[in-house]
Ligand binder design. Structure first.
Ligand code: DC
Length: 220
């Protein structure tokens, strides 16, 4: 069974997807981590992030894998464990340039489908999981929250890591990221027509998880 959870940056979908997977005993696929791993590879090779040919070359020579024995699964780039490097602003930024390149998205879609087949029962999260990668998934969700609330969550998260940042700056980044995610021509962020929409702006984490689990159990 495939469960897709899509939504914008900061909607909380990663932590929700991870908890849903844990409670159901499913594997958890974080597709953002795949784009981030390629973003890291591009940064390391110091390529021009606007040059699609160079980015595609980097992506073709980067092997992104997961160690499924870890929870959450660890990300491996060309044999190196890199999960701890994927949260930085530089990598996140580079990933958003990677994500607009059609040839790279095609590779990612292909690999994500192969992973889905290999894992069987999987909760997968991203931007295009219910629309493009797993259009026939049995259960689809779209988690959203207001930009202000998503920025507040990001801001609190960054402050708790002692990063010095202004709320306004975080909000502007969220709005810019939303625009890039929604406006790209291939695999844009959009709610799958058959997905259940959950607005998490004023919902507690556990309420979001419970809503998803009860829906999944109803169709299982
Ligand atoms: O969800 P995230 O912030 O880790 O995603 C990193 C980047 O990758 C972000 O710019 C959106 C993009 N992405 C995507 O285009 N498609 C996906 N399925 C997952 C992430």
């Amino acid at each position: 069974m495939v469960i897709t959870i899509d939504g914008p940056a900061g909607s909380g979908k990663s932590t929700v997807a991870q908890e849903v997977a844990r409670r159901l005993g499913f594997a958890f696929l974080n597709t953002g981590h795949m784009y981030r791993a390629l973003g890291l590879a591009a940064r390391r090779r110091e390529v021009d992030l606007n040059n699609h040919m160079e980015l595609t070359f980097v992506a073709r020579h980067a092997k992104v894998e997961f160690d499924w024995t870890k929870n959450p699964p660890a990300v491996i780039l060309n044999g190196e464990r890199v999960t701890h490097l994927l949260g930085s602003r530089e990598v996140s930024d580079a990933a958003s340039y990677i994500a607009v390149v059609p040839a790279i998205r095609e590779m990612m879609v292909h690999q994500q489908r192969a992973i889905g087949t290999e894992l069987g029962d999987v909760v997968t999260e991203g931007r295009d999981q219910g629309t493009i990668v797993f259009p026939t998934a049995q259960c689809k969700f779209y988690i959203d929250a207001s930009p202000e609330e998503r920025a507040r969550r990001r801001y609190n998260q960054m402050r708790s890591r002692s990063e010095s940042v202004e709320y306004k700056e975080v909000l502007d980044q969220i709005l810019a990221r939303d625009k890039r995610d929604r406006d790209r021509l291939v695999g844009p962020l959009e709610k799958p027509v058959d997905a259940i929409a959950i607005d998490s702006t004023s919902l507690a984490f556990n309420d979001v998880v419970d809503t998803i689990i009860s829906r999944v159990e109803a169709v299982r």
